[in-house]
Design a protein around this ligand. Structure first.
Ligand SMILES: NC(=O)c1ccc[n+]([C@@H]2O[C@H](COP(=O)([O-])OP(=O)(O)OC[C@H]3O[C@@H](n4cnc5c(N)ncnc54)[C@H](OP(=O)(O)O)[C@@H]3O)[C@@H](O)[C@H]2O)c1
Length: 254
């Protein structure tokens, strides 16, 4: 990959919301680094971005549940002398259906490593040079499941609560350093992850408002560029979260 003028690093950029975010970055002239586990879909996504927008891409096949994955990605980019201007922490492990006392601990720890540990590690590594340059943008993809009581989602919901809280804290802490941090909070979105979850959690999709990955990504990308901290696509999801916050506020007692 040639040294880029501006580069976006997008985890989970091979399909779904991440790929739509990659398209928006490419459209704006960002060179794009895509990370996901499987090489072939990564290559397909990268080829499509290059041929449509004439940008340069790099693909890094990596399992983000592995403890050393963030360091390895950082090292690869440093070796190529690539500076990341936009970091999109989008990849996540899926919710698992079992009740908490019956969950497989190995799967749960992989989920926490992917959604929490590696996300934090990547952010820490890439934000330091952003602070040195006095500029940089971070978009973290959370979930409505992290904002509302969502028992079926178990530990997944808790990891998304972490992503939302960390993003809010960092947005305030890093603003004086010239860094914006945005958290995108999607509800059900028409991707492989959602259809897998509908089946695993025995949810009837007809009963849910399903957003398009294009609309979710566009809302997130616009929020990223304008430096908004919270982006919640879809009127119904915004109202559900507002109503939950009102209920909690009225429930605060000594
Ligand atoms: N879809 C929804 O309804 C919904 C709702 C709320 C929040 N979200 C959030 O939106 C984000 C994107 O989800 P999506 O719906 O677009 O999912 P998706 O279509 O299943 O895409 C997930 C992407 O992440 C990659 N990925 C998954 N596990 C990985 C791992 N361990 N290491 C590296 N890459 C990994 C996948 O590629 P590989 O499989 O090749 O690794 C793929 O590129 C996630 O943070 C998700 O929690 C989604």
């Amino acid at each position: 990959m040639e040294r880029a003028d501006k580069t976006a690093l997008i985890t989970g950029g091979s399909r779904g919301i991440g790929y739509e975010l990659a398209k928006l970055c490419a459209q704006d002239g960002y060179d794009v680094v895509l990370v996901a586990r499987h090489q072939e879909p990564l290559e397909r996504a990268a080829d499509a971005l290059e041929s449509t927008w004439g940008i340069t891409t790099m693909t890094i096949p990596k399992d983000l549940s592995r403890p050393e994955s963030a360091r390895e990605i950082h090292d690869e980019l440093r070796h190529e002398n690539i500076h990341v201007d936009i970091l999109v922490n989008n990849a996540a492990a899926r919710p698992t259906p079992a009740r908490f006392d019956e969950t497989d601990l190995e799967i749960t720890e992989d989920l926490i490593r992917t959604n929490v540990v590696t996300l934090t590690n990547l952010t820490r590594r890439f934000v330091a040079p952003m602070v040195e340059r006095g500029a940089g943008r971070i978009l973290n993809v959370s979930s409505v499941a992290g904002e509302l009581p969502s028992p079926p989602f178990g530990v997944y919901a808790a990891t998304k609560g972490y992503v939302s809280t960390l993003s809010t804290v960092l947005a305030r802490q890093l603003e004086p350093a010239g860094i914006t941090v945005t958290v995108l909070v999607p509800g059900w979105t028409d991707t492989e992850m959602a259809w897998d979850a509908f089946e695993a959690l025995d949810i009837d999709p007809e009963t849910r408002e399903i957003l398009s990955p294009e609309d979710v990504a566009k809302a997130g990308y616009d929020g990223l560029l304008s430096g908004h901290t919270h982006v919640i696509p879809g009127q119904q999801y915004r109202e559900a979260i507002r109503s939950e916050l009102t209920t909690r506020a009225s429930d605060i007692g000594p």
